[in-house]
Write a protein that binds this ligand. Structure first.
Ligand code: GRF
Length: 232
């Protein structure tokens, strides 16, 4: 099996990067991580990647103030040097130009900490709490020029609990991110994703628990269920 040479782009902590590296340590995983590229020299994820024997590079965003095309041209040069064919954004905090998104169309994937299209942008957990939603989660999607837009590959939902703080909710979502992202990148690299317009079709995603049935929070109690039964 040919593994697809893949870069992970980060700007910070890199916990999703670490989850992807762990999955790709299996030689049967369809993506091979050939590079971790950071937009910041102080990104904590760089040390983790280097200590796991992965090549790392920095294209410092501060060297390209007001020059996004220049920043991306520098990234493209590094990506080309490493023979990268697929990019996974993992906490990469730069908005990409239309040109970059078009060059990497359907080969550029991102994880976002909400159930898109709800809560695009930043501070998703705080905004979910403020909106009073009962389910929150994360989304892996192909990247299009609009921020947090593009065909959805996979989503995982978690309950929002009455006692939740922004931190507790973020932690619950992050655990799902670490499971969802390796699965979704694997489907993409393994050729199991077909794009039709704005929709991604994923073939044989496997018996993932989140595919098993409907999610509800709070769960309807026996009274609600018997009412439904009488009505039907
Ligand atoms: C994650 O919540 C991810 O969904 C978002 O940025 C955060 C990055 O965290 N895009 P980490 O750097 O992967 O730990």
């Amino acid at each position: 099996m040919r593994r697809v040479p893949t870069a992970i782009l980060i700007s910070g902590r890199g916990s999703n990067m670490a989850a992807l590296l762990a999955a790709a340590a299996d030689p049967a995983y369809p993506a091979e991580i050939v590079l971790v590229l950071s937009s910041r020299p102080d990104a904590a994820g760089l040390a983790h990647a280097a200590s796991h024997g992965v090549k790392v590079a920095v294209v410092d965003q501060r060297d390209f103030r007001g020059d996004r095309p220049g920043f991306e041209a520098a990234m493209d040069a590094v990506l080309a040097r490493h023979g990268v064919e697929l990019i996974a954004l993992a906490g990469f905090m730069r908005v990409l130009t239309e040109g970059f998104c078009d060059r990497w169309r359907d080969r550029l994937v991102n994880i976002h900490p909400s159930l898109l299209p709800a809560f695009k942008g930043l501070d998703t957990h705080r905004r979910a709490l403020e909106a009073g939603v009962r389910l929150h989660g994360c989304t892996v999607h192909l990247v299009r020029p609009g921020v947090d837009e593009g065909p959805i590959l996979a989503q995982a939902a978690v309950p929002v609990l009455p006692e939740d703080t922004e931190a507790s909710l973020a932690a619950r979502v992050l655990r799902q991110e670490h499971a969802l992202y390796p699965a979704a990148l694997g489907w993409l690299a393994g050729g199991q994703v077909r794009i039709e317009g704005d929709i991604a079709h994923v073939a044989a995603p496997g018996a993932a628990p989140w595919a098993a049935g409907a999610l509800a929070n709070p769960l309807p109690g026996p009274a609600a269920l018997s009412t439904t039964a009488q009505e039907s």
